[in-house]
Design a protein around this ligand. Structure first.
Ligand code: ASP
Ligand code: MG
Length: 464
């Protein structure tokens, strides 16, 4: 049994849905269970429309609902030639859009939009899309069955990014889906959504369908979880930066998590957790190129003789540095730095402290750097006045270049090789950090140099 997830672009128009149907039909012997997202752009549109509703821009709300109807109708009209089935789907969609319209109306009347309402509103995308996918598959020799994940995926009430109750969910999923699979049916499960014990709709966070697939795959003890997307797999680098970047046949769960943290947008970071716990491999596959084996993400330690797997960069960052003699040997400085930043909700992407403790530097998103600076200046006001801490400095327009690979652990010379490669490319390194897990080395460079650094490291480790 394979659990397969099709994302928004894969179900985004008639042409792509035709490909999905072909893929699913060819894989019937592997007993697929499907998880699908809303059509591309739909979740964004649903959420934007909620903002219009709260501002009582009624005309625009109606126009957006019409656009949603039109988008799905177009698919129904091209892909469901069977008149009865088409009418049935259009009817169900119309009912859902009426319900949605009522929700928007409620939001307008109350002039209030809670995260709870946003989840209820966002859930329509997956329901519309999966009903449609089920109808399309049924007409193409796939015995598909629509499954609303809200009846199975139990979460807490943290709307917007609810936490899943795994034991209840596992039981529900097994009880509902295993008998279907046994009789040869193909469940089509809505990604991204769940519900609380009281039956309130929740979502698992944006792009949460990957996560749903992993939860379903783990609950059913699937052989593998396949994430269908529009690239051949996880690459050694972003092909827009490194022309010769190649697809990695295999990576480990930890490498995948590390890479997604550093901006390789292949898989939602939370996706790894249920898969790891149940040792189920995840495979990234390309709907445009289904015969390509993709990238296998698993626990396998065979690292294809490759120590470094991938090099990524994240741009639009700022480096904040705090320096001063008064910081040496004083406990609690880091704690104060982090709590000051947490209070203003700034996410710290990387930290580095020299062992002299004379200097701590942190990397934050550029958009948050003023906020970070103000919070830190306030926190260390006294020390700055006493000159035990120098003024806090900011360097804008930096990038983190991250080198990821589990094989780096215990290997000598990896850091040296990385820095030499970057230096030889004429790029100045502003700061360095290596986690003690030795899974990644991160460098801060000035943004205009980032691509050069990535390219140099990619060449040095022969990733092409
Ligand atoms: N449709 C949801 C979103 O756009 C979930 C997903 O695409 O995975 O965030
Ligand atoms: Mg999506």
């Amino acid at each position: 049994m394979i659990t397969m997830k099709f994302g928004g672009t894969s179900v985004g128009d008639a042409k792509r849905l035709e490909d999905v149907a072909l893929i699913v039909r060819s894989l019937l012997p592997r007993r697929p269970v499907l998880v699908a997202s809303a059509m591309a752009g739909v979740t964004d549109l649903l959420l934007e429309t909620a903002q219009l509703a709260v501002r009582r821009e009624t005309g625009q709300v109606q126009a957006n609902i019409d656009a949603l109807r039109e988008k799905h109708l177009q698919v129904a009209n091209t892909m469901i030639p069977h008149e009865g089935r088409r009418a049935e789907l259009i009817g169900r969609h119309a009912g859902l859009l009426d319900e949605l319209s009522n929700l928007y109306h409620g939001v307008s009347l109350l002039k209030e939009l809670s995260v709870r309402s946003l989840d209820a509103i966002a859930s329509f995308g997956e329901v519309l899309s999966c009903l449609q996918l089920t109808a399309i598959l049924s007409l193409r020799e796939v015995p598909a069955e629509f499954i609303d994940a809200r009846t199975l995926v139990r979460t807490d009430a943290r709307f917007g990014e609810a936490a899943v109750d795994f034991s209840v969910t596992r039981e529900h999923l097994r009880a509902a889906l295993l008998p279907l699979v046994q009789k040869g049916a193909v469940p089509v499960v809505t990604g991204f959504i769940g519900s609380t014990e009281d039956g309130l709709t929740t979502t698992l966070g944006r792009s949460g369908s990957d996560y749903t697939a992993s939860i379903v795959g783990a609950a059913l003890d699937s052989e593998e979880i396949w994430i269908w997307t529009d690239v051949d797999g996880v690459m050694t680098a972003d092909p827009r930066t490194v022309e010769k970047a190649t697809v990695l046949p295999e990576i480990t769960y930890r490498e995948a998590a590390e890479m997604s943290y550093f901006g390789a947008k292949v898989i939602h970071p939370k996706t790894m957790m249920p898969a790891i716990e149940n040792s189920i491999p995840i495979r990234i596959k390309n709907t445009f190129n289904p015969s390509h084996p993709g990238t296998l993400i698993s626990n396998a330690t065979v690292s294809m003789n490759r120590v470094v797997k991938n090099v990524t960069s994240i741009d639009n960052l700022s480096l904040v540095s705090i320096e001063g003699n008064g910081m040496v040997g004083v406990p609690g400085i880091s704690a104060r730095i982090f709590s000051a930043l947490a209070q203003v909700q700034v996410n710290v992407m990387m930290i580095s402290q020299a062992s002299s403790e004379h200097n701590v530097c942190l990397v934050v998103p550029q958009g948050d750097c003023r906020k970070a600076l103000a919070a830190l200046r306030e926190q260390f006001e006294l020390e700055i006045a006493r000159k035990t801490v120098d003024d806090i400095k900011l360097l804008d327009n930096v990038s983190i270049v991250a080198v990821v690979g589990e094989g780096m652990k215990g290997m000598r010379g990896i850091a040296g090789k990385t820095f030499t490669a970057v230096a030889n490319a004429g790029v100045n390194i502003v700061a360095i950090a290596q986690g003690s897990s030795e899974l990644n080395i991160s460098l801060v460079v000035e943004e205009p140099d980032a691509a050069k650094a990535v390219q140099a490291i990619h060449d040095a480790f022969h990733l092409a």
